[in-house]
Design a protein around this ligand. Structure first.
Ligand code: NCD
Length: 364
């Protein structure tokens, strides 16, 4: 097993120099031995790693179908402990990581409310997280401050006890593991429909402040020939940095308010809720978002092969009656999330080849 505590490239760069780097250049600082060590931004992933993670996730869930397989998985990382530090509300992502840890034998612990930690005694969040690294082998964190997980990863990499940091949602900027489960869902859904090539994907809702779309737009851009549609009211439209990234990569895209028009055209609709927790003066309330809701009558117009996605939680943007339509993928996304996180953690700890060995015995 590779030594997880070997030096991270983040040790070789000062914070000021690192933080100023373009996202696509930051990625290599999160690697160790060519594999993800810290998982902080979508831009650190390339297609071979994505596809390897998806394959590991699919093999692992096959293995978990037997009691013997479950026992084998339990043993893989039984010597590890993980801290789940969630300083922002979460149901799915928290439980997804918690369950993922349990499946492969990692013992999870949690701090979900900063008011119960020494931060109330005036301790800096940096010191709080550094304390975690004394007890745990991995930190999985969600934080309202964009870039905070990167800061922690840099800081820990420059201590005697670096541990991997996984970003489980940071501010309004990134949610890389949601993007992994979303791309896993897309790849699985299009597996027998000609793959990703030439597909049309619409992102709908609060694209200005939704971090899931910001991360996913990048991963989708790694697949040539995919057109991205950004469907939102003007004030909630996708930000320029994402469009610049798409321009740089030569990706086709369209910005529109006309949800009705694009429904029959697309192969995937990725719905999102209004992120009004970021409002400063209740400004979302004055925006009419009802034209950006997916309603039952839309289903007739949608291609029979198209899929409907949502990172959840939802509000009114998808009518609950749509849940039973075979094209609705959002509950499947939740399940895919747990397995892709299992795969990711195994990959970080360099144990994924053991999945291959067990799987090959299983199918032979
Ligand atoms: C998302 C998030 O927290 O960014 N939820 C999730 O992780 N599944 C989306 C949201 O809160 O709207």
């Amino acid at each position: 097993m590779a030594d997880i505590y070997r030096e991270s490239p983040l040790k070789s760069i000062g914070w000021e120099d690192f933080v100023g780097l373009p996202l696509e250049e930051k990625g290599r600082y999160f690697l160790r031995d060519g594999r993800p060590y810290h998982v902080l931004i979508a831009q650190q992933f390339e297609r071979p790693t994505l596809e390897r993670l998806c394959e590991t996730a699919t093999r692992t869930r096959r293995i978990a179908k037997t009691r013997g397989g479950i026992r084998f998985l339990q043993d893989l990382l039984f010597d590890k402990r993980a801290m789940l530090y969630f300083a922002q509300p979460s149901t799915r992502t928290f439980l997804s990581f918690y369950s993922a840890c349990q499946i492969i034998g990692i013992k999870p612990a949690e701090v979900r409310d900063a008011s119960t930690s020494s931060e109330v005694k005036g301790e800096s969040p940096e010191d709080t997280v550094r304390t975690f690294s004394s007890y745990f082998d991995m930190i999985i964190m969600r934080h309202p401050v964009g870039g905070f997980a990167e800061r922690i990863a840099w800081l820990l990499s420059n201590t005697e006890r670096p541990v991997p940091v996984i970003n489980a949602g940071s501010g309004r900027d990134q949610h890389p593991t949601q993007a992994l489960l979303d791309i896993y869902t897309l790849l699985r859904s299009f597996e027998d429909k000609g793959g990703m090539e030439g597909k049309k994907i619409a992102f709908v809702g609060d694209l200005a402040r939704g971090r899931t779309v910001r991360s996913l737009a990048y991963l989708v851009a790694l697949y040539p020939g995919v057109k991205q549609y950004f469907v939102a009211p003007e004030p909630l439209q996708i930000r320029g940095d994402i469009l610049q990234m798409l321009d740089k990569r030569g990706v086709a895209y369209e910005l529109t308010r006309d949800f009705e028009r694009i429904i029959p055209e697309v192969d995937a609709i990725y719905m999102t809720r209004i992120q009004d927790e970021w409002d400063t003066a209740d400004e979302s309330r004055s925006i009419d978002t009802t034209p950006f809701h997916l309603r039952v009558e839309h289903l007739r117009k949608l291609k029979p092969t198209a899929i409907i996605m949502h990172p959840l939680p939802r509000r009114k943007e998808i009518a609950p009656e749509i849940d039973s339509d075979p094209r609705a993928m959002y509950w499947r996304q939740v399940r895919n999330g747990m397995w892709i996180r299992v795969a990711l953690i195994l990959y970080i700890f360099a144990r994924e080849s053991e999945i291959d060995r067990y799987y090959e015995d299983l199918i032979s």
